[in-house]
Design a protein around this ligand. Structure first.
Ligand code: NAP
Ligand code: MG
Length: 496
């Protein structure tokens, strides 16, 4: 590993102070396009995590944040959004260095992050709660309140954006937070907390602890003083979080993995379908939870589709994310690289046909980084591991179907239910089929575009709860009924 100068020294943000850990074990953060160390980050102990949870609990109980009016909290959130915009270039560059994604991809992440803060700043000042016409003399109403201390745990694939999807609604609703970035990609999270400090979020309201999931994340999930844990990551860790959360029956929100079907009928606009299928799986080097990793193609156009899809995928330029013209960036880490390459080997052993790629790229300046060429498998069967398991890399499997019924059957033949798409110019058929796809995020004649206004989350083992939109705020609110007796006199149930 080559160590360069300009290594950033990241710190944790606890109770309004920038802190190191007492733990001598330091996390080295690398740029996956070059393997250079770009930062070091502390690894908090269990005790330090518990102390931070206490800080957030005290801040919540003090009312310093939940006691503000919605308008006042919204003003902080609008300022955060403005600062994100001001620092757009810096944030993009850091995200590219830390995660390996392309400049264009990071550009979307950063502007979406600002939009998300603005959306929740606006939403929190809008009418909420309800009143009910219950029998006189009672007036019944429902009010929404913050849940309390929110534990937020995020993955490495959209380091800034996944953080913001949780931090913005949690703060808007009046919660205090203990946030943990992924060890692999903590850099932009620290920049975000610098912004929170700059705009003057009160001490103790927003805290960031860095460190291992098995220590910091596990402590957050187990804590009796955390009232909600909101987690985005793998289904395997999601299951562990659910178990750990059972101690105090805290609220949980889980955004997990996927193996999403992209169904292409013979009557689709052919070039549009090919184009979105490429975008669906190779955007973000396939390290995207909602990736269209299973492409289901109607038998009559299967051959033509594979030929064109391979031809287009061959032209994709893989390389360092900041380089002009690069369309697919690096794989985030050595572990992730090895895991993807292992799945490619599994696919070959299972008897699938490797129609394109399959290799690590190590030439023309890519020798120091983690790069994999766009990879396509055909002749797969439904039970193969490469068809069932989330590879989380630039690897597509193409399946063949005969008719509508088989398309739906294959699409739903997985434990996951995150995303899915249908391509057809027959509107009724497209709607019929997409309604049968058991997934939370779907498209017709498109793949991937998503909006802060609309709920994001999965069916089946892809998660519990929804992020974004009004649903994303619901996660961070408790619902209370208040019944007001308008005739103050005894109930008279007992005789004396
Ligand atoms: P991961 O391994 O599950 O890790 C996610 C986060 O959980 C990291 O911060 C990790 O800490 C932490 N963690 C690990 N073990 C933990 C434990 N025992 N208790 C509490 N926290 C723990 O996932 P990943 O590899 O970072 O990310 C890829 C996965 O995320 C994929 O499965 C992808 O589909 C999913 N994802 C889903 C969505 C969605 O919206 N549905 C969005 C993005 C990604 P470390 O710092 O130690 O890693
Ligand atoms: Mg991980």
């Amino acid at each position: 590993m080559t160590v360069t100068t300009n290594v950033m020294k990241l710190k944790m943000y606890i109770n309004g102070e920038w802190r190191n850990s007492s733990n001598a074990d330091i996390n080295e953060v690398i740029n996956p396009a070059t393997k250079e160390v770009i930062a070091t980050a502390p690894r908090a102990t269990k005790e330090e995590t518990e102390e931070t949870i206490q800080v957030a609990k005290d801040a919540f109980e003090s009312g310093v944040w939940s006691g503000l009016s919605a308008q006042e909290r919204a003003q902080f959130l609008f300022k955060i959004a403005d600062k994100i915009d001001e620092k757009q270039d810096e944030l993009v560059e850091l995200e590219v260095k830390d995660n390996g994604k392309t400049k264009a991809e990071a550009g979307f992440d950063v502007s979406d992050a600002a939009t998300c803060f603005r959306y929740y700043a606006g939403l929190i000042t809008k009418p909420d709660g309800e009143t009910y016409h219950v029998p006189e003399p009672v007036q019944a109403m429902v009010v929404r309140e913050p849940v309390g201390v929110a534990g937020l745990i995020v993955p490495w694939n959209f380091p800034l954006l996944m953080s913001v999807w949780k931090i913005a609604p949690a703060l808007a609703a009046g919660n205090t937070i203990v946030f943990k970035p992924a060890e692999i990609t903590p850099v932009t999270a620290m920049k975000l907390f610098e912004i929170l400090e700059e705009v003057g979020i009160p001490k103790g309201v927003a805290n960031m602890v860095m460190g291992k999931g098995s220590v910091v994340g596990q402590t957050i999930a187990e804590s009796k003083d955390v009232d909600i844990v909101s987690f985005t990551g793998s289904t395997e860790v999601g299951r562990r979080i659910m178990q750990a959360s059972s101690g105090n029956l805290k609220k949980i929100s889980l955004e997990l993995g996927g193996k999403s079907p992209n169904i292409i009928f013979a009557d689709a606009d052919f070039e549009t379908a090919v184009d979105y299928a490429l975008f669906g799986i190779f955007f973000g080097a396939g390290q995207v939870c909602s990736a269209g990793s299973r492409i289901l193609v109607e038998e009559s156009i299967h051959e033509k589709f594979v030929e064109r899809f391979v031809e287009r995928a061959k032209q994709i330029k893989v390389g360092p994310g900041m380089q002009e013209g690069v369309e697919v960036g690096a794989i985030v880490s050595q572990d992730q690289l090895e895991s993807i390459l292992e799945y490619i080997e599994i696919g070959k052993k299972e008897g699938a046909t490797l129609a394109l790629g399959g290799n690590r790229l190590t030439e023309n300046g890519l020798e120091n980084g983690y790069f994999i060429e766009p990879t396509i498998f055909t002749n797969v069967t439904p039970k193969m591991r490469i068809v069932q398991e989330e590879i989380f890399g630039p690897v597509a499997v193409i399946q063949k179907f005969k008719d509508e019924a088989e398309a739906v059957k294959l699409a739903n033949d997985t434990d996951f239910g995150l995303a899915g798409a249908v391509f057809s110019q027959d509107g009724a058929k497209a709607l019929r089929v997409i309604k049968k796809v058991r997934s939370g995020i779907t498209w017709v004649n498109a793949y991937h575009p998503t909006y802060v206004e609309a709920p994001w989350g999965g069916y089946k083992q892809s998660g519990i709860g929804r992020s974004l939109g009004t649903y994303g705020l619901d996660d961070f609110q408790e619902i209370k009924q208040i019944n007001i007796n308008l005739a103050v006199e005894p109930v008279g149930w007992f005789s004396n």
